[in-house]
Design a protein around this ligand. Sequence first.
Ligand code: TPP
Ligand code: SF4
Length: 297
Amino acid sequence: MKISIKHLPEEEFFVGHKACAGCGGSLLIRLALKVFGPNSHVVIPAGCMSAVGFIYPQMALGVNAMIAPFAATGAVLSGLAAAIRAKGITDIPVVGFAGDGATADIGLQSLSGAFDRRERIIYICYDNEAYMNTGIQKSGATPWGAKTTTSIGRAGSGSFGPKKDLIKIAAAHGVPYAATASVGQPADLLKKLQKAAQIDGPAFLHVFAPCPTGWGCKPDQTIKLGKSVVDTGLWPLIEWENERLTINRTPPRFAPLSEYIDGQGRYKHLQEEDLIAISNARDTRWKQLQSWVRESS
Ligand SMILES: Cc1ncc(C[n+]2csc(CCOP(=O)(O)OP(=O)(O)O)c2C)c(N)n1
Ligand code: SF4
């Protein structure tokens, strides 16, 4: 059955978890498991989603699931997929949900190995742009300008590069499918989840997942932020498929940055010159993406 916002399965596979109100990561897992269904085998490393999902005896996952060591999501997924393949089973989605710290930093080697092995896995990075579970420390996916408990988010502070480009990293491994998505754009997200489920090999999704607790914003702003980050051009929706890059949505004009940044405590300190730096970096990134589209077509 084709799943869309209007046709979402009623069955829940991630309920009763202890995530904060408005948690984008938990919303993502809930939606994704509606797509992947009751046969899913799930791997979640140390991080918020395992902390809020595996509280015995109130387990939130209604499918087979296990916690992986922080650095090992890709390796554990590979092992599961190989075991399932060895048994001749083909209809079990093997899915990982890992934070940005577990993906872009500490688990990057494991993810690289999983891409290399070409097992049929779906790896989903829920990106809340910091190490949230241990107290909002900066990760390799924290955007320039965002304050964390280990970085001040200002020009010249020396602690920031750009967010690690996970789609480029995946594409460099020659994976068959890699895409960005946002919990604020559920139609696009659902389409990509369904596509990932059909890929015969590793599929990678990098999903924008707001964290009200770490970002200092109101819990009811999660979906709005997940939309405005796309409208402002700060989170391009892209797909890498069969060696070609597609930009799924090009806003005719970028919405003002304030629509996304205002109301987030982590950006409260930014001055005019910082906002200019952020919009310049965004424009450069879009030019790079557009030339990547041309080169790969
Ligand atoms: C090897 C190892 N180092 C550190 C930790 C402590 N630790 C557990 S969760 C976590 C942060 C996870 O951050 P992220 O992957 O971004 O997920 P989030 O908490 O944001 O969901 C850390 C540092 C650990 N469990 N194992
Ligand atoms: S701290 Fe953030 S990522 Fe963690 S459960 Fe709360 S809202 Fe979700």
